[in-house]
Design a protein around this ligand. Sequence first.
Ligand code: GLA
Length: 388
Amino acid sequence: MEVQEMKQAFADAYGKQATAVYFSPGRVNLIGEHTDYNGGSVFPCALSFGTYLLLAPNGTQLMRFKSLNMPEVVEVPLDKLTEPLPGKSWVNYPMGCMAWYVRQGHTFDQGLDILIWGNVPAGAGLSSSAALEVVAAFAANDYLGLKYNHTDFAKIGQLAEHEFAGVNCGIMDQFASSWGKKDHAIHLNCDTLEFEHVPVKLEGIKVVIANTHSPHHLDSGAYNDRVAQCRLALDQLRKVRPELKNLAELTEAEFKQIEGAITDPVAHKRARHVVGEVQRTADAVKALKAGDIATFGQLMNASHVSLRDDYEVTGLQLDTMAAEAWKVPGVLGSRMTGGGFGGCTVSLVKDEVIEQFKQQVGENYERITGIKPEFYVAEISDGARRLE
Ligand code: GLA
């Protein structure tokens, strides 16, 4: 849908023109999975699809939320903005971000009419919710005439996810949505929030996303379980290394020396993944900077194996998609991306085999899982911004 059509839809819904249009993208993570809430680094990039938000002040004491992906208009009184709506309402994501401003003491002088439209494939694990949070945080800052920055928008979005959606996520998705840069990935240290935009210059190679169409259920509790298991591993390691702040601080050699302190076998596997993934991410960024895409691809494959065996967040669909990709000559690397339990894989594929990749992986995946997948060639794009 073009912005012009969204503006028409806004006028149809609210009987007036929108005064501003904003956009924030979804993301794909190239490597560095389940490291963010362990103080590790990640390497995501923003995509060309994302969430649009149009607004206009309405002269009432109500925030009105309408999504073109949903039938109803949801009205929230301004003095109730800080109270999450019951159930799993999508409105909690943008509202949770606006609530942050209210809690900081900023005031909406009147309500806003808000229209949302998103084209991140639903349930694909490409961060449609982060895109919605960050676009709302960005728009509220702009409407209120404040000076918060892109890092703040990411933090505001993450907090909304914790408090209004009940997912104890790290900051990767919101950060990527906020700080995305065309043709660059973001090498982010999730402990310090220092980051670097690294050019993704892949001569003759594309980033291909394969949607398993097996929805990921980030709020199913399995994600929060992983966060808790890492916490347990950290607590046990602190018995021998009291000053340890995050799992990600440990090198693989250091981990080997003290891993015996983790008595819970599940927590032990989770920690082993995190420590290995942090090293792989550092090595992958180094390889990319050196133009060594073959090494980058091998590290992606190793990342998938670790997420499959130690972190246990893959499953038949993601494992089949990755394994079928590994069989195609001209695929440099392939792995699950995002939280897992369904969603998408990300692969580096040579231009000349992209059609073969889609066909061969698609057919084999469908034969094995009974699900028809979908493929997108990623366009790495800019982060949150005002369009009009
Ligand atoms: C989800 C979370 C992120 C991150 C990834 C796994 O996308 O929202 O914070 O933990 O899973 O890397």
